[in-house]
Write a protein that binds this ligand. Sequence first.
Ligand code: KG4
Ligand code: ZN
Length: 363
Amino acid sequence: MNILAIETSCDETAAAVVRDGREVRSNVVWSQIAVHQPFGGVVPELAARAHIEAIIPVTRTAMEQAGTDWDEIDAIAVTNRPGLSGALLVGVNFAKAAALARRKPLIGVHHIEGHLAALWIDEGDSGEIALPATVLVVSGGHTELIQIDSPGSYRVLGGTIDDAAGEAFDKGARLLELGYPGGPAIQKASERGDERAIPFPRAWLDDALDFSFSGLKTALLRLTKPYELPAEPIFGGAKEQAFVPHIARQFQADMPVADLAAGFQFAIVDVLVEKTIQAAQRHQSRSIGIVGGVAANRRLRDRLLERAGDVLPGIDVRIPAFRYCTDNAAMIGVAGCWAFARGAFSDLDLDVISREPLAERAG
Ligand code: KG4
Ligand code: ZN
């Protein structure tokens, strides 16, 4: 069974062909990073326009790379929730048009279920992930701890009460003027730093499996202030532009950028790891997964493996390959295969939903 999958919920235009729920036949991602870079974050209107330009060539390339023709495609899966409405609309409308023209069933997929499904992609490793599993979904838009009891049965154990972890990385990088996207930039700057040199706060929120990163951002702002140089005045121009580009902060040369980045990164990673381990312990999970763009973070991966080894020896820790951690359509294809098996098809009036939790919150 082959699913053509489409993903346009944020700033990646992606298409993939997935066979039998685990085999990725093609996975094409067109990143809009260059489009949003001058603004220091995703500009929704520009994202939607860029998806319109990319969606046809990206899908065509995915079909070509998979070596599939339309006869072999059993259904078209598309992310329809949650995400940026304008961006989602491009993928959903494209998928509807293709489904109608090629007479294929349509399947609307929840983006977070897609991220979870990345754990099922066959990468020639140790077989399917063992359930129950505790999965940390960490991306630019999401920070959630999800318990997977059985395929398709999810419980939300906790989530962020303010910024998502990726958003915290992005905002931190912006404060330090390290560029966009922030996660990789902070990781790189941290390499030369001492993560314990400068203390950063951690929001443990008592026993809750929730997260908060806004205090951390404020701490970083406060720590950089003493090094900040007066801003260059801007003359004209800015008002006439549709979108005002980010105006760079300037710092004294002696600002300990590497230590600040490393301390900031470790404060995020520390809380993510400890809460994930606590959750897995409480729910007697057989495995732990991390998915989403932030799962690419080297310190997060290392710390989780180290702490899981200490606290929950024998637990299976799964982190998909980088290309399946950041937004992609292969993961949407896997979730689409599950929906296909359940007979959960969508009508051609499928709508986009900008916010929708994946599941009920566990008690
Ligand atoms: O999953 P994703 O591609 O898109 C969303 O659904 O949001 O995640 C993007 C996020 C960005 O916030 C980016 O800064 C973060 O993932 N990210 C990282 C790293 N690579 C990407 N964060 C920390 N360390 C990284 N190496
Ligand atoms: Zn995502």
